[in-house]
Design a protein around this ligand. Structure first.
Ligand SMILES: [Zn+2]
Length: 494
């Protein structure tokens, strides 16, 4: 590296210790040419990227900086300008076109479409989890001897190990949270939508089917109810399932006099900037979107993230939740309202992640997920079952195994074998679906019979109700009818 006198590139960026370590790790072993750098959302990827560029440029490298969307070009260019790094942009008629400059910012689409192969001695790929796309594969094939660096907060794409030789990282979400660079999140699961009938396509839910389940006026209403109950009017991003779903949620908030706006891929850059500025100042409290705000959006003051878009993708999930974890003055935690079962499915963002590049031939090994507990009263999600609940103080009643005498039937509370429990549970689900009851009804009816809430090991599917179940429900109806008759006879005490 040349000495200070001859270093033409000097940014105004100062790195944190773990970023310096990561930069060192990523540039020291060049026998492996393609390096993927992992830094969690909120870890300061932009600063790291600028310093990486700065050191490459000072070593005399010509650098091509690739982004995966044309919309990210200006954002990236602005960041380089702010940091004091001179550069050119490769894009038709762009005012910053300057092919002689040592650093060029380009989108992979432009490079491919125009068949451009700028001379370079180093390539950097931003949002490198997308580098598994054919466009990148074709492009990189033209530079077999040029070292490549990829930057990502989610290095979990299938086949990423075929693009990069190694993955380097120095911190995880949990490290950053412990050290105060991220705030911890509080999770609530108010709804558990029934996704039993939604097909899985390419590892995630079928979009249209998912939208049909989620864009239901009752579920949309629940999102607003729960937000009003818990978010204390905090600035919020809602991730919806589709553009229509996002608009419906937005309308519902506005209907309740909570200033809310919607953003989608058709929103102009100018409108989008203005909407996010209003969210920043608090004039707008809620911004709903489908997925455009999962990447490249940063508002540390964000207080709440609403997940109304179920996903099986760890990348998508961490991108969404990561928006809320930035620290800001006076912010001690982020609130996550999960209407999508995702936290239960994928765990907390601070859980251990599969930090090894996937080779594409094996299934990604998901780390053993902790069994999560959802408080039956306030719906707070926690790792183990706190008794009483540390949010609402609810203490579950002790399971009762005695034979209990009830009006109309001798009702025995007993646990039964797991197979018996599953049969009973599946029968309840079939009746619940037929009658349109909510999921809580299933849990309560299960508890009436078994003296405990349905164990997590039970699977959510419907099957024909057993005779035992139908008898229980009939007995409950008789009890109810008798109590109503008694009320009429003696007058209600209410
Ligand atoms: Zn609780």
């Amino acid at each position: 590296m040349p000495d200070g006198e001859t270093q033409p590139f000097r940014s105004n960026v100062v790195l944190r210790d773990y970023q310096t370590d990561l930069l060192k790790l990523s540039t020291e072993r060049l026998d492996q040419k393609r390096t993927c750098l992992y830094l969690p959302t909120g870890g300061g990827k932009t600063e790291l990227a600028i310093k990486l560029c700065e050191s490459l440029l000072n070593m005399g490298d010509s650098v091509v900086w690739c982004v995966n969307r044309i919309t990210l070009i200006n954002q990236t260019s602005e960041r380089f300008t702010d940091a004091g790094i001179d550069h050119g942009v490769i894009q038709a008629k762009h005012p910053k076109t300057a092919s002689w400059k040592q650093l060029q910012v380009a989108s992979i689409q432009t490079l491919n479409r125009r068949n451009l192969k700028p001379n370079c001695t180093a390539i950097v790929i931003d949002e490198a989890h997308g580098a598994i796309a054919e466009t990148y594969k074709n492009y990189l094939a033209q530079y077999p001897d040029v070292p490549v660096w990829g930057l990502t907060a989610t290095p979990f794409s299938k086949g990423l190990g075929k693009v990069f030789d190694r993955l380097v990282y120095t911190v995880t979400v949990s490290d950053l949270t412990e050290r105060g660079w991220l705030v911890p999140a509080r999770f609530f699961a108010p709804d558990r939508p029934d996704l039993g009938g939604v097909d899985i396509v390419a590892g995630d839910y079928h979009e249209a089917q998912l939208s049909a389940v989620m864009d239901d006026s009752k579920l949309v209403g629940n999102i607003c109810d729960e937000w009003q109950k818990r978010a204390k009017n905090g600035r919020t991003i809602v991730f919806a399932t589709s553009i229509d779903h996002s608009k419906h949620i937005c309308d519902q908030f506005n209907f309740r006099k909570i200033p809310s706006e919607h953003i989608d891929c058709f929103t102009t850059t100018k409108d989008r900037k203005e909407i996010l500025a209003r969210l920043r100042t608090g004039t707008t409290r809620v911004v709903t979107n489908c997925s455009v705000l999962a990447e490249g959006f940063d508002l540390p003051d964000l207080e709440c993230v609403v997940l109304a878009r179920p996903t099986k993708s760890l990348i998508r999930y961490l991108q969404m939740v990561g928006r809320g974890l930035r620290p800001a003055e006076g912010k001690t935690s982020a609130l996550v309202l999960d209407h999508s079962n995702t936290v239960e499915l994928l765990g907390f963002p601070t859980d251990d992640l599969p930090l090894a590049l996937d080779m594409g031939n094996t299934k990604i090994k998901t780390p053993t997920k902790p069994k999560l507990h959802i408080c039956p009263k306030c719906k707070a999600i926690s790792k183990r079952k706190p008794n009483p609940c540390n949010v609402c103080n609810y203490a579950p009643p002790k399971p009762d195994f005695d034979i209990e005498q009830r009006e109309g039937s001798l009702h025995e509370l007993r646990r039964g074998t797991p197979a018996e429990q599953q049969r009973y549970y599946a029968g309840l689900i079939s009746i619940q679906r037929e009658k349109g009851y909510n999921n809580g009804w299933v849990a309560h009816k299960f508890k009436e019979r078994h003296g405990m809430w349905p164990p997590r090991s039970l699977k959510w599917y419907a099957a024909e109700p057993t005779k035992e179940l139908l008898n229980d429900l009939l007995a409950a109806q008789i009890r109810w009818a008798k109590s109503k008759a008694a009320e009429r006879k003696y007058g209600s005490r209410a």
